[in-house]
Each structure stands twice: as C-alpha cells, then as structure tokens.
Ligand binder design. Structure first.
Ligand SMILES: NC(=O)c1ccc[n+]([C@@H]2O[C@H](COP(=O)([O-])OP(=O)(O)OC[C@H]3O[C@@H](n4cnc5c(N)ncnc54)[C@H](O)[C@@H]3O)[C@@H](O)[C@H]2O)c1
Length: 275
C-alpha cells in the first residue's frame, strides 16, 4: 500500500521544480494526479517560467509510475480555467483529496521601487492564485464528505524580513494567514490545511541569472557555487539549498493520513534558517 493510495492529488505549478517533484512523489505513493501550469512568461518575472514541453515531461514522469494523470495548461490567476480543470478531474477521477497550491513567482527590488505591475503580479499569482485554487476544489471536497488535505506553498520568508522581496514576503505571509483561517473553517469537514515554508530550493526559481545577482551583487559573473557559499552561512546546517524532493517528503507527510490531526501548521523546511 502506498502512503496516499486511492487518493487524487491536484498540483498547481507542476510543469517543473517542486510541483513536478510533488506530483511524481505522490504518484509513487499511489495517488492519481491532476497537474496544471500556466506555461507562460510573465513580463515582471526576471527569469523564464515553465513551458508546455516541461508540463508534458511531468505528465510522462507521472504516467511512468503507473498512476493516472490529467494534465492541463491553466493559470492560477484565472478562476474559470481552474474551475474547468477541476470539473474535468472530477469527471475523470470522481474526487480530489489532496491539493498542493504550489504555483508561484519571485522578483527582486527594494520595496519602495516596486512598480504597480510587479506588486500586482506577485499578489495575483502567489496569493490570489492560492485563493482561486481553494475556491475551485473546496466545495466538492466538502460535498464529498471524504475529508482531505490542502498544502499551500508559502516560504520561510513569511518568518523573516529579507531585503528586496517585500512583495514576495507579503504574498507568502498572506498565504500563511489564509491557511490558518481555512484550517478553522474546514476542520469540521475533516479537511486539513497546512503550509510548507521552504528556504532556498534547487529549482529554476533559484538557479537563474537574476537570483545569482541578488546573492552576489559584488561579483562579475555570479553562479551556483557563489550562491551555495553565500546561502550556506545563513543556516546552522551549512547547506546552500534543499532539493525539491526534500519539499515533497514534507508534502507527502502532510498529504497522507500519517498527519491526520495536523492542521493549521506552517512547516519550515529550511535547515534552521530561522534560528
Ligand atoms: N525555489 C525556492 O528557493 C523557493 C523558496 C521558497 C518558496 N518557494 C515557492 O515554491 C513554489 C514552487 O516554486 P519552484 O521553486 O518549484 O519554482 P519554479 O519556478 O521551478 O516553479 C514554479 C512553477 O509555477 C508555475 N507558475 C508560475 N506562475 C503561474 C501561474 N500564474 N499559474 C500557474 N502556474 C504558474 C511556473 O511556470 C513554474 O512551473 C513557489 O510557490 C515558490 O514561491 C520556492
């Protein structure tokens, strides 16, 4: 028996990175998988986002586990696109038990220099996108009476005050607040709601030119080794980043019945960055 055998998981931002890792890990443990990604660029985001080829790759990886997979291009900023995917998923699989509201973006600028567009795009994807995801799935989860587990991806930044990411921090702190209220509202329905709060994770959101420059503004050509060196001194375990699979282990635990009475928790996976 897999740890989430017989369940159906809905993962947003699944074309690559953590979303892909969650989809594959949950499938390996017996869940059927619904994946979405916008597969589009956003002008205010200073690094490339995922493509349809990436999403197809995730689809193939999930299918290779032997589980069923339903894959759609959908933007979490768009409620009707998410509603349509959920309708298709319910027709195909009958229910959704696990939600990973994972899609997200980052950008860097001193808060007072942020443009309206940078601010709004960040809130639209990282916070309103989670709200839309919840609104798409929760009514059927309640109706089904099977309970469920919602895992939102926040960030360790919700506990910190790092410079140059005021809009990101506002969005990720908002996700923690939303999680707490939903945990109260959905507890009576047996639906648990938690966040995972990663520090640095080795995905394209971290490993790109714009992020290397934030960590090495004084360097001519900063790269991953510089990022590791400067990031590792920020946590007591001395690591530059965690792997997407480390996040998936936390997600799997929160998705499974092993955590059946854990709700309303913001779980850092950060090698102790907060200490
Ligand atoms: N990588 C890190 O260091 C780090 C740290 C803390 C938190 N996080 C959070 O983890 C989550 C996953 O990020 P990742 O590290 O895998 O980065 P990533 O950039 O590899 O993956 C994010 C995915 O979300 C998708 N996406 C972006 N906007 C979307 C939209 N509007 N609708 C649907 N999909 C959209 C992207 O196309 C991409 O596939 C994000 O919420 C991010 O903020 C990441």
């Amino acid at each position: 028996m897999g740890r989430v055998e017989g369940k159906v998981a809905f993962v947003t931002g699944a074309a690559r990175g953590q979303g892909r890792a969650h989809a594959v890990r949950l499938a390996e443990e017996g869940a059927d998988i619904v994946i979405v990604d916008a597969c589009t660029e956003i002008d205010s985001v200073p690094y490339p986002l995922a493509s349809e080829t990436d999403l197809k790759e995730t689809e193939a990886l999930v299918a290779a586990t032997g589980r069923r997979v339903l894959s759609r291009v959908a933007d979490v900023r768009n409620q009707s696109q998410l509603d349509a995917v959920v309708a298709d998923a319910l027709e195909a699989f009958g229910h959704i038990d696990i939600v990973c509201a994972n899609a997200g973006i980052v950008g860097f600028r001193p808060t007072w220099e942020l443009s309206d567009v940078e601010w709004q795009d960040m809130l639209d994807v990282n916070l309103t996108g989670v709200f839309h995801t919840i609104r798409a799935v929760v009514p059927d989860m309640i109706r089904g009476g099977r309970g469920g587990s919602i895992i939102m991806t926040s960030s360790v930044q919700a506990f910190l005050g790092s410079a140059n990411i005021g809009h990101y921090n506002a969005s990720k702190s908002g996700v923690v607040g939303l999680m707490r209220t939903l945990a109260t509202e959905l507890g009576p329905h047996g639906i648990r709601v938690n966040t995972v709060n990663p520090s640095a994770v080795e995905t394209p959101m971290l490993h790109n030119e714009a992020t290397f420059r934030v960590f090495g503004p004084d360097l001519d050509d900063p790269g991953p080794d510089d990022l590791w060196e400067r990031s590792k001194d920020r946590n007591p375990m001395g690591i530059g980043w965690v792997a997407p699979e480390d996040m998936s282990s936390a997600v799997l635990f929160l998705a499974s019945d092993e955590s059946r009475f854990i709700t309303g928790v913001a779980l850092p996976v950060d090698a102790g960055v907060r200490l």
